[in-house]
Write a protein that binds this ligand. Structure first.
Ligand code: SF4
Length: 387
């Protein structure tokens, strides 16, 4: 096993930005998982005016602005509050992150539950900063692979259930109000049963309380949003979860664009007014096709963006794209932020070189250590030729 990286026990926000290798990182949680076109344009302006112009989309469906400085942060916050991208109340950011199934529509259970939960947000227990809640109450769950500690899902019987992460089954609830009540009770149980020591629900070994029996299965998982045309508009991908503000501005430039819905899959759904012309414009650098080889690759920000990294990750990911028709994970260190599940090939930075892991995670035992970038490319080429 590689030495453990420094793990921070909190998630950055806008009011609590995190110092990184390229300045402060400011995370924006899109309200109800979406931004209006005007808000998206404002976010792009904020990234260019107060940061480096880079915008990231995280695996928890948040946006991140990079390269903010101590001097530019105060006016940035005033700008974000003015455009309703951030609450004026810093305490609101301390509530657990809500992730909504991306293709919710008005009248679905997901936005109803999210609204009810937000209204009762101060009744939730105070939990570790990384704890999150997935509201995934469409016809079939789509967020099962995304990080969350408590989930509201559709059950195999068609009703709603509330499920604690790490338990394959959940508890059936009668309606949206009951789901919210159950979530609030579960957060208090989590804290009272020692959840702060475990940090996350999946690591928490206390038996579930009697009033939360794990006896109802979720419905089989549904399909994630495919790239390309969508009944509501267009789905586009951000290579490795990153784009420039100018790319995203071009994406919503047509006035037919109404809303940008975020996903935890490095994809944005650009919703458009019905009958108002073709899809969102093709923007150079963004991914529009499901066959794009970069979709098989995961790469964290790496150096110089993360202080834990001694190697640049995303340039290597671009060079490796298409060389191997299997999953590749490039991680700046053994923490493995970009991917939780094992990949066919995993390259992990250590003191300026790469360790190579086959069929494993970033903290698995390498089969080769200390490779240069050139040696990595040669190795992957040979692997592809022999497979
Ligand atoms: S995996 Fe990447 S982003 Fe995460 S801490 Fe390590 S270098 Fe930083």
């Amino acid at each position: 096993m590689l030495p453990s990286p420094r793990i921070k026990g909190w998630c950055p926000g806008a009011w609590r930005p995190m110092a990184t290798g390229d300045g402060l990182l400011v995370r924006v949680r899109p309200p109800m998982g979406q931004l209006s076109r005007q808000q998206m344009l404002a976010l792009c302006e904020a990234a260019e005016t107060f940061g480096s112009g880079l915008i990231e989309l995280t695996s928890r469906a948040n946006f991140q602005l990079r390269g903010v400085t101590d001097t530019s942060w105060p006016p940035l916050m005033a700008f974000l509050v003015e455009h309703q991208l951030v609450s004026a109340d810093p305490e609101a950011e301390r509530q657990p992150q809500l992730m909504l199934a991306p293709h919710w529509q008005a009248g679905d259970d997901s936005p109803t539950i999210a609204s009810l939960l937000q209204a009762r947000g101060n009744e939730l227990a105070v939990m570790p900063g990384k704890v999150g809640i997935a509201i995934d109450a469409g016809k079939a769950p789509v967020l099962s692979d995304s990080a969350a500690d408590f989930r509201v899902e559709r059950s195999v019987e068609g009703g709603l259930l509330v499920r604690a992460d790490g338990h394959p089954l959940g508890t059936a609830v009668s309606d949206a109000e009951a789901a919210v009540e159950q979530l609030i009770r579960l957060t208090h149980w989590f804290v009272e049963s020692g959840g702060w020591d475990a940090g996350r629900m999946r690591r928490h070994k206390a038996p579930l309380p009697e009033w939360a029996p794990a006896d109802m299965a979720p419905a089989p998982p549904g399909a994630k949003l495919a790239l390309g045309s969508h009944p509501a508009g267009q789905v586009v991908g951000l290579p490795f979860g990153r784009a420039t503000a100018s790319m995203l501005r071009d994406l919503v430039a047509p006035e037919s664009a109404t809303t940008v819905q975020v996903t935890p899959w490095r994809r944005l759904l650009i919703k458009q007014k019905l009958g108002q012309g073709d899809a969102a414009p093709a923007v150079d650098g963004l991914i529009r096709h499901n066959s794009d080889p970069r979709l098989l690759m995961d790469a964290c920000p790496g150096a110089p963006y993360c202080e834990q990294a001694s190697v640049a990750t995303q340039p290597l990911a671009e060079r490796l794209s298409g060389l191997k028709n299997s999953s590749v994970h490039i991680s700046g260190c053994a923490k493995g932020c970009a991917r939780r599940s094992p990949s066919d090939v995993c390259l992990v930075g250590e003191v300026g070189r790469f360790n190579l892991i086959v069929n494993g995670n970033a903290d698995s035992t390498p089969v080769k250590r200390g490779l240069t970038e050139g040696e990595v490319l040669d190795f992957i080429r040979k692997l592809s030729e022999n497979s």
